[in-house]
Design a protein around this ligand. Sequence first.
Ligand code: FAD
Length: 544
Amino acid sequence: MENSFSAFLRNDIIAKLTAADFDILIIGGGITGAGIALDAASRGLKVALVEKDDFAYGTSSRSTKLIHGGLRYLKQLEFGLVKEVGSERAVVHKLAPHLVLPEKMLLPLYEKRGMGYWLTSIGLRLYDFLAGVKAEDQRKMLTRLQTIKHEPLLLEDDIKGGAIYAEYRTDDARLTLEIIKKAHASGACILSYCRVNDFIYVDNKLTGIKAEDVLTGKSLEVKSKVIVNAAGPWVDELRDLNKSKQGKRLHLTKGVHIVVSRAKFPVRQAIYFDVEDGRMIFAIPRGRATYIGTTDTNYSDEKDHVVITNDDAQYLVKAVNSMFPTVGLKLTDIESGWAGLRPLIHEEGKSASELSRKDEIFESPTGLISIAGGKLTGYRKMAERVVDLVIEKHFDDRELKNCFTHTILLSDLANAKEVDLYIQQLEKKLKERGIEPFNATYLAHNYGTQANEILALIPQHEDAETGLAKAEVNFCIHHEMTLTPLDFFVRRTGMMYFNIHRMEKIKDVILQQFSEIMKWSDAESIRHERALNDMLTESKKFNH
Ligand code: FAD
């Protein structure tokens, strides 16, 4: 595969990073940094990006995984935000239809809680209008009976009706990774496991970074005319390091999701429902699981170890049981879950849920450009704003293209119909090889047509399950800069969250594959196994 983003390119990338003088260096390989890297590289700038862990390690693998307009921001009268991110949904779907899947959302309406029927009807109409939603996808209001028919598990007592409206579901980490891969293919020099520890200045202006290769402990320096801080929840740490944390600052809030088996909580479709405290949460089916979230609480603790507390889990379990009384969810039904931090901008006197989700750009006197706030959904427009600013300020003497990331496809499949056809073809191919055909949907939604390459890598004379697992890991190492088993299980495949049973079955095979391909010493293999087991234990802590 041309321009493969192989783990074995790492030394070459380090050599290039340290030898060249870049136009723009981005700190942070979440969706924000990835979007900026692709936008800048595609316009003709010389781009570097460094990420201290794996790509999407931070908030960009721990969201609700929706490409959505943020219906609740209408209540906060954030029309501009809803218009921008709402309109972006269709664009991001077009760019990656295998990964950004149309998902109709059910909004049940009750007499004694939440919004009124007519207000919801008008609100959703406005939501569709602002986002320019196609006629066939526009909201439909439902009667009481229709709502119950759509989701028989709902509490029936005082349901007065409901609404169905259009959103999209994605995998945040895979979306980030596909953008990173595209940026790499467009010439950006991108390194994961490389932590920025300090800045370099000449005449009080930023000219580079000092960093550590986290995998070897070696120091490196990278020079760049412009440095962009896209470090998500860590943005203020870098502003501190740059002695420019003045004026506005970040306000971190924690959001938790829990995963249960679909058999235990068999919702027919995604649902957005009211909780007694006035907040709203999602229940979203994905494969053999249903995930539920989220919470929104102030956070000031350790950013690299954000955990689901007993209270967080209880809150979500209680919310499910009050709205879906026959489900009888218990803490022990939780198979997995994740906790993430929203890097929001602080506003005096506002609670966690009231804080705006709008992005803002800060520029320091020494030239550090920091971007924070925003949504996964709006990554492309955020990137465009940052790169426009960088070009205007530093490169307006060059002939550079205008932003055209809305045309840079992240998939070979053109639309949802083609995705469905591809799944059917894949099912046939899997059957021929004795592999359960249900794997086709997972493979197509995760990798798109790259699944063909995975099939080609399945070793002969291996049992089906093991063969597929080996092929997947092989592909991820050689084409997706996958450096550890955690990268694989958490951010390349989502198995840690959505199919923990398969993960437990194939864990040893995967560890052995890694060890062989990467030529790890015994000590390295043991270290990676321990890290994997620790996260597995943490993920499953309620499930016993
Ligand atoms: P991050 O993804 O955190 O990336 C920053 C990266 O910088 C990290 O990977 C970090 O390791 C790296 N970094 C930090 N310091 C350094 C350093 N010194 N050197 C090198 N690298 C460094 N948005 C939606 O559109 N839809 C949703 O459904 C949705 N749901 C959400 C639910 C929750 C619970 C949360 C918390 C957020 C949700 N969001 C959603 C918002 C969205 O997830 C975030 O806006 C987005 O992921 C932020 O991306 P980012 O790249 O700015 O930050």
